[in-house]
Design a protein around this ligand. Structure first.
Ligand code: HEC
Ligand code: HEC
Length: 190
């Protein structure tokens, strides 16, 4: 975790706050959606993600610790100040209103299964009681369903390692494909 230790110096509160971030985010919304709510498959929503989570992910893309051919070149040129401003901006946006964006729950049995796996897996202990995220742990409530599936597979396969004590690798490793499908179904509809 040497890279993460060195990067930690870059993380902090934005000095000029979310206003600067809004101008810098103009290039991001083409993919991540107006207001940070993604309408694009495999592109995550950023609205209302914890500031720290956003900053860490940008630092990970910038250093190449998180591999992604789309995001690495975008994060590469960002300064530490850009990272803070962008983090503050997207954290300040409202999450998608579930009553507006909610897809019909065509598989209530998957919702129930996902809820139970989330309880057994103690996802809330890090992601918060409403799964709205906490510090470096992402908001997972209301995230795009197929993106949650992708993220969990990436952790399980070791393609994505994340920060700290590799928390998600341990969490994802024992999950089977059906568990992942159910978790994503449940969490994306919160
Ligand atoms: C060309 C499309 C595109 C643009 C433009 C773009 N992104 Fe992304 N972004 C992606 C994709 C695709 C991913 C998912 C990567 C993966 O699957 O690991 C992503 C992931 C992220 C993540 C990780 C979120 C999470 O929940 O894991 C952050 C943070 C992020 N982008 C911030 C930004 C910011 C800030 C900008 C503008 C400076 C930006 N992106 C511009 C496509 C884009
Ligand atoms: C020990 C703490 C911890 C536990 C328990 C935990 N998580 Fe996480 N989770 C994290 C952290 C920290 C991150 C950010 C990791 C990174 O930097 O990639 C994360 C990231 C994620 C992501 C990626 C989100 C995104 O937008 O990129 C998903 C999905 C996720 N967790 C789902 C779950 C589920 C489902 C469970 C329960 C089965 C769970 N987590 C349990 C700490 C935890």
């Amino acid at each position: 975790m040497l890279a993460a230790c060195a990067a930690a110096a870059a993380i902090g509160p934005a000095t000029a706050g979310a206003d600067n971030g809004k101008a810098k985010a103009e290039t991001c919304v083409a993919c991540h959606g107006e207001n940070g709510i993604s309408a694009t498959e495999n592109v995550p929503s950023l609205a209302s993600q914890p500031d720290l989570f956003l900053q860490w992910q940008l630092i990970f893309f910038r250093s190449g610790a998180r591999k992604n051919e789309t995001m690495e070149p975008i994060a590469g040129p960002l300064s530490n100040e850009d990272v803070r401003d962008l983090g503050a901006y997207f954290a300040s946006l409202k999450a998608a209103d579930p009553s507006v964006v909610k897809k019909p729950d065509d598989h209530p049995e998957l919702t129930e299964a996902g809820k139970q796996i989330a309880a057994t897996g103690r996802c809330a202990s890090c992601h918060g009681d409403t799964y709205s995220g906490n510090k470096a742990a992402a908001r997972i409530a209301g995230q795009r369903e197929e993106y949650i599936v992708k993220a969990l597979h990436d952790y399980k396969a070791g393609v994505r390692t994340g920060g700290g004590v590799a928390a998600m690798a341990e969490v994802a490793y024992p999950l089977g494909d059906n568990d992942i499908t159910a978790l994503a179904h449940y969490l994306s509809r919160l």
